[in-house]
Design a protein around this ligand. Structure first.
Ligand code: NA7
Length: 546
């Protein structure tokens, strides 16, 4: 094996300056990609905006932050030694434990020596004659490499609310994705939270336990279901360790790469009492079963969805003491499961506390943020601390924040203005040697499972290039057109595709993000795997090489 992928091809004078690969991001994707590219002998450097490894789990340190995937399906599967070495402490790992795990991975594989932390990539430019990418960092420094890999995550471009006066608040104000490294003490404080997405749904019960008073500003409620987290004791963990092969095999065989897969029955074919008993069982179980292990038609059939939606609404009414508050917490504009379902631990009960108030912004919209707090159409609210749990510019947002230019200065942001165009989510059209982990239009679901699969696919492509002495890869336009069409058609039957959410690319805090786009492959992950395998087996005919 040559010491670098394309060592024989590289002119002697550029040996030291042109790397084989640059990776943007040292989260779960970038860490594994670095490990894998090293195995291929590629000279690689990672640029990471954060101060250490971990991506999502480095940044999102807010109270209550934890997995909604079962921990023992979430870890990397590539190293049997690592699997045996690490003990998950809870079925749905809290952020500090997950970060500890990722630090262990970084230490064990000595990843940090190739990562430059606190380095935000602001631009990337393809040099066609030299056949390399040059990235520019916030500091103005530049670095070049034959291949540029994005490992920027799907929810890394956080967004503050577009509300007048947002910068004017006098006290501390936090977005959960930029949470301080020292825990925030809410004791005795008046706290305002804007947003009721998955993040707020995790944070609110925790903040409520501490704060003197918590006011939640809700624009749209979300459906949520119980997480049912539990600790894992030593004996249980020992059992999990013996079953890892089986667990990961199971994930490979389900549509979203979680352990859950849909019940083959159609909702309305099942007698009402039996249906009800099934839903009760799912509601009492940990994790995404209520969403992904439900009857197979709840996410595509209006009547089926209405039935399960009614069940979940009833649960909210049972759990929230004040019927008026319960009613406000029940979404009216979308059915259960048509936006990513937040899994909660005492979220609805938080509203039964005397120190928690829900403000419905449909009744009393926010006029502005003031130095003291929030002014709605009805009154002023004074706060000591504000939390803007207002989400992310999903999937393409992190790409848009980098000025990525291909041949002739073409901007990726412009090419994707009406929606991303890629082949298999591996590579955008018209951008040679730009490869993506978790790029738009890949299959996603259980993120680390998607990451490992995506990295393996790209590693296969690179090995193929090495065997054939290729230095340049570009997707064929007709392949991109075909895949884009498949992706769009796969999402059409889903009720979710008719709903505004980060998954359909709508974020009213970002200029121009008010039109729905298809951002991921929403077909069956098993089919996606098969397709990727076929492309590799057939010699990557959908790509042009030089
Ligand atoms: P989400 O799910 O996008 O939630 C953001 C929340 O913030 C949502 O309730 C929004 O209401 C609300 N929001 C955003 N902007 C405003 C303004 N300007 N005014 C009032 N309310 C606002 O992001 P999360 O971080 O909670 O979760 C993201 C994912 O992380 C999640 O799906 C999991 O996969 C993990 P809206 O619904 O837009 O009316």
């Amino acid at each position: 094996m040559p010491d670098t992928l394309l060592a024989a091809e590289r002119p002697a004078q550029s040996e030291s300056s042109i790397l084989d690969a640059i990776i943007i991001g040292a989260g779960i994707s970038g860490m594994y990609l670095l490990y894998r590219l090293r195995q291929l002998g590629m000279r690689t450097r990672v640029f990471e905006a954060g101060g250490d490894v971990g991506g999502t789990w480095y940044w999102n340190r807010y109270p209550g932050a934890r997995f909604d995937s079962e921990s023992w399906t979430y870890g990397y599967s590539f190293s049997k030694e690592l699997l045996q070495e690490w003990d998950w402490k809870e079925h749905f790992s809290p952020q500090p434990d997950t970060l500890e795990y990722l630090n262990l991975v970084a230490d064990k594989f000595d990843l940090r020596r190739d990562i430059r932390f606190d380095n935000t990539v602001t631009a990337a430019q393809w040099n066609d004659s030299a056949n390399h990418w040059t990235v520019t960092l916030e500091s103005g420094e530049q670095a070049s490499a034959t291949f540029l890999f994005t490992a920027v995550g799907i929810l890394s471009a956080h967004t503050l609310p577009r509300i007048p006066g947002v910068e004017s608040f006098r006290g501390p104000a936090y977005h959960p994705a930029r949470w301080p490294h020292i825990p925030v003490d809410f004791t005795g404080k008046r706290v305002g939270v804007i947003g009721t997405g998955a993040t707020a749904i995790q944070a609110i019960p925790e903040i409520a336990k501490q704060a003197a008073h918590l006011t939640v500003f809700q624009r749209r409620p979300n459906w949520a279901a119980p997480l049912h987290n539990a600790r894992i004791d030593k004996a249980e963990m020992a059992g999990i360790k013996t079953r890892y092969d089986e667990i990961y095999a199971r994930c490979r065989e389900t549509p979203s790469w979680f352990i859950h897969s849909a019940d083959p029955r159609k909702t309305l074919d099942v007698p009402p009492e039996e249906r009800e008993a099934f839903w009760e069982k799912l509601y009492a179980e940990p994790g995404f079963g209520i969403w992904m292990g439900n009857f197979r038609d709840i996410l595509i059939d209006e009547a089926a969805n209405a039935a399960v939606t009614e069940f979940i609404a009833r649960k909210i009414r049972q759990r929230v003491t004040d019927p008026k508050v319960a009613d406000k917490l029940i979404p009216k504009d979308h059915g259960f499961g048509t936006r990513r379902v937040p899994l909660e631990s005492g979220y609805f009960e938080a509203y039964n506390r005397d120190n928690v108030q829900l403000v419905d912004l449909n009744e009393t919209p926010i006029d502005c943020i003031t130095p003291d707090g929030v002014k709605t159409s009805e009154r002023d609210y004074a706060f000591d601390i504000m939390v803007y749990a207002t989400g992310f510019d999903g999937v393409t947002g992190a790409f848009d924040r980098i000025d990525i230019r291909g041949p002739g200065g073409v901007r990726l942001r412009d090419i994707w203005a009406d929606g991303p165009r890629t082949y298999l989510g591996w590579q955008p059209e018209g951008f040679p040697n730009l490869l993506m982990v978790l790029g738009p239009h890949t299959a996603r679901g259980n993120i680390p499972r998607a990451v490992e699969h995506g990295v393996e696919c790209l590693a296969g492509l690179l090995e193929f290039m090495r065997r054939h002495d290729y230095r340049r890869v570009e997707t064929r336009a007709d392949s991109v057109a075909e895949w884009t069409d498949i992706v769009i058609k796969a999402s059409e039957p889903l009720l979710a595709s008719k709903i505004d959410s980060w998954q359909t690319g709508v974020n009213r805090n970002v200029e121009g993000r008010n039109v729905r786009r298809v951002l991921g492959y929403n077909g069956n992950g098993v089919h996606y795997r098969r397709k990727c395998d076929e492309v590799a087996a057939n010699g990557y005919q959908e790509f042009a090489f030089r």
